[in-house]
Design a protein around this ligand. Structure first.
Ligand SMILES: C[S@@+](CC[C@H](N)C(=O)[O-])C[C@H]1O[C@@H](n2cnc3c(N)ncnc32)[C@H](O)[C@@H]1O
Length: 377
């Protein structure tokens, strides 16, 4: 075998290793392998395309953009390169250029549902809601994920009431937080000034119902509530359990060492099947992904003790909301206080306290939050 053949075979093996790493979600390994493959055989377009996709997964948008530059120099009409370029520009906060890249993608293949969907996402963020709706309709027409694009369509106000989803699609929530887990604490708390965990537990502590024997943290995420709630638990045998859909978020919560048990599950499914009962159930900034709260309250009945406390935060719905909850263009649900209190009363809870305080900032503006404290009769 000549040196050239040898180098080519080695590059090919590294390329396939990169694909396997990518499939397994090991994106840092995949990047290393694609780069090593390119060292042996530079400028191979298929490797560069996969490298760009991997760099986007690693939130290395500037690198991904450079990679797409390289591909487009070799092949100016490369569809995948234009698609990745659109996503890289969107990640970099350059929406107009991202739109142009998706327009080029769609000129090359007008039936690419994912490109319609991503283009719609950018228009949604730019508050161009009618144009966004049209993109989501095209995405649906061209076979892109129906649940996801139906949710996007509802968020921009373009779905009928009967087609409006009652809760966020599980795959949407999981993908969002699987990707976000690494930056969650630094970005949400550090940059967006997230404080729902701190506000929720501060008022809970002031109510004077502690100590609790068994606490359940619904949608515990990286465990920001854990260390705050721990001092409210009875010393000794008290337990703290966390539930979340996202495994990478749970991994971070586990590293804190304050939870006795952490489970990867959907909230309602967990409440419907779990054995242990709790005298404290808390949920900070989780019901922004759950519109219809009736299934949560129904399932909570079998989990919470009489005298037990259920506290939660929600985004405050605007005065035009007549249905109790609404899916907003931000892709988050907001609820009215009347809706939450009526459901609570139907399920045998008395209201101990309700507070309005910001949850965090969004585009520098505070997001109005409701903090609700209920006690099971
Ligand atoms: C904004 S984070 C808040 C995390 C944590 N409570 C805090 O205050 O930092 C929302 C979390 O809720 C989780 N989540 C959303 N919907 C869920 C569901 N239906 N079942 C379980 N977890 C869910 C997400 O995976 C994410 O970790």
């Amino acid at each position: 075998m000549s040196d050239t053949d040898d180098r080519f075979e080695h590059a090919k093996a590294l390329f396939f290793e990169g694909l396997a790493s990518f499939e397994a979600g090991r994106f840092a390994d995949a990047q290393t392998q694609f780069l090593a493959s390119l060292e042996r055989v530079p400028a191979r377009v298929s490797t560069l395309i996969n490298l760009a996709g991997t760099q986007l997964k690693l939130a290395r948008a500037a690198d991904a953009l450079r990679t797409t530059d390289q591909i487009l120099t070799l092949e100016p009409d490369n569809l995948d390169a234009w698609f990745h370029r659109g996503n890289a520009l969107a990640q970099l906060g350059r929406p107009e250029e991202a739109l142009a890249a998706f327009e080029r993608t769609l000129a090359l293949d007008p039936a690419l549902g994912a490109a319609w969907s991503h283009r719609g996402g950018i228009l949604r963020e730019m508050n161009r809601l009618d144009e966004a709706a049209e993109c989501f309709r095209q995405a649906l027409a061209y076979g892109a994920d129906a649940e996801l694009n139906g949710y996007y369509l509802a968020a921009v106000g373009a779905a009928s009431a009967k087609d409006s989803p009652a809760t966020a699609p599980r795959q949407y929530v999981q993908a969002l937080f699987d990707d976000y887990a690494g930056q969650f604490d630094a970005h949400l708390v550090g940059v967006l000034k997230y404080q729902a965990h701190e506000v929720l537990v501060r008022h809970l502590a002031a109510l004077g119902h502690a100590p609790f024997a068994s606490a359940l943290d619904l949608g515990c995420g990286t465990g920001l509530c854990g260390p705050l709630v721990k001092p409210l638990l009875a010393p000794g045998a008290a337990r703290l359990v966390g539930v979340d859909l996202s495994a990478p978020m749970l991994e971070r919560a586990r590293a804190l060492g304050v939870y006795d048990e952490l489970l990867q599950a959907d909230i309602v499914e967990h409440l419907r099947r779990t054995g242990p009962r709790h005298d404290l159930v808390l949920a900070a900034d989780v019901f922004i992904y759950v519109g219809d709260m009736a299934p949560v309250f129904d399932a909570l009945d079998r989990v919470i003790d009489s005298g037990g406390v259920f506290c939660l935060s929600a985004e405050l719905a605007g005065p035009t909301c007549t249905t109790g909850f609404e899916l907003q263009p931000s892709l988050r649900y907001a609820h009215t206080p009347e809706y939450l209190l009526a459901l609570a009363a139907q399920h045998g809870f008395e209201a101990l306290l309700m507070k309005r305080e910001p949850i965090r900032k969004d585009q520098r503006e505070p997001i109005d939050g409701l903090f609700v404290y209920l006690r099971k009769r």
